[in-house]
Design a protein around this ligand. Structure first.
Ligand code: SAH
Length: 240
């Protein structure tokens, strides 16, 4: 079984004793059945990954002792995913897979055809932390407060906006990105299940920074489109 990894929202440094919160103590001692002397790995998105030994156990608390840094901090590629929230389980899927595939920021946007107007951000953040813990991540992407697509577009500057457009006329995504260098900052925009409205299509298309792309001849569901686009963008511009 692989070593347990925990995201801790505190500074990590040599010889630090870390008091555990109730949920972490419960997870380590009751769920994973760890005890004194067992080793886990911890990270906080800033100080790399550290080996930590269980120094004290208690029913609702405990203490970890940090021993040594096991990996230096790295940055997530400067790739953002702008997505329209869809049904709960499918939004969970988008958020989880985006963490696994690797991106720096997730930005929910409400569009004219957005099916869902509510988003439980703390729940989604918890989901993202879990994904980062499980996929050997050193950081958790930032989950932004949702904004209206209209407002996001109105303030758009020159950051590349990879506009996933199922209309047949858009060039295929990897061809469309072929001339851009690795490491280029990019945002990916995926529409809701009902697609973008004609007004939205026009507003997106009129941005100089927009690069319309196709994800192939089949219309994908929004969650599939997010994963497919992120995979191609990661492999062309990101850290794959
Ligand atoms: N227009 C359709 C489908 C929307 S699919 C409808 O009215 O039901 C949801 C989103 O996934 C789209 O807005 C688009 O961003 C993305 N998408 C799906 N299939 C795609 C493809 N083949 N190429 C590019 N983007 C796609």
């Amino acid at each position: 079984m692989s070593t347990v990894r925990l995201f801790l929202d505190i500074p990590l440094a040599a010889d630090r004793a870390v008091p555990l919160e109730r949920d972490h103590a419960h997870y380590l001692f009751n769920v994973m059945r760890l005890g004194q002397g067992d080793e886990i790995l911890v990270f906080n998105g800033q100080d790399g990954e550290w080996a930590a030994v269980v120094a004290e156990t208690a029913k609702k608390r405990g203490v970890l002792a940090l021993s040594k840094q096991t990996r230096a901090q790295t940055e997530l590629p400067d790739i953002e995913l702008l997505f329209a929230p869809i049904k709960k389980a499918r939004t969970d899927f988008i958020v989880e897979k985006a963490c696994e595939l690797g991106c720096r920021r997730l930005r929910p946007v409400f569009t004219q055809h957005t099916n869902s107007e509510r988003l439980n951000l703390p729940r989604l953040r918890a989901h993202m932390i879990e994904a980062a813990e499980q996929c050997d991540g050193l950081s958790v992407p930032v989950l932004e407060e949702p904004l209206k697509l209209r407002d996001v577009l109105a303030g758009w500057k020159d950051r590349m906006l990879i506009f996933c457009n199922e209309a047949r006329s858009a060039p295929e995504i990897s061809a469309a990105l072929a001339s851009f260098p690795r490491g280029k900052a990019a945002s990916i925009l995926i529409g809701p299940e009902g697609g973008f409205s004609p007004t939205e299509m026009e507003a997106i298309g009129s941005l100089d920074a927009a690069v319309p792309v196709s994800l192939g001849p089949r219309v994908l569901r929004a969650d599939t489109a997010a994963v497919a686009a992120l995979a191609v963008v990661q492999s062309r511009l990101g850290d794959w």
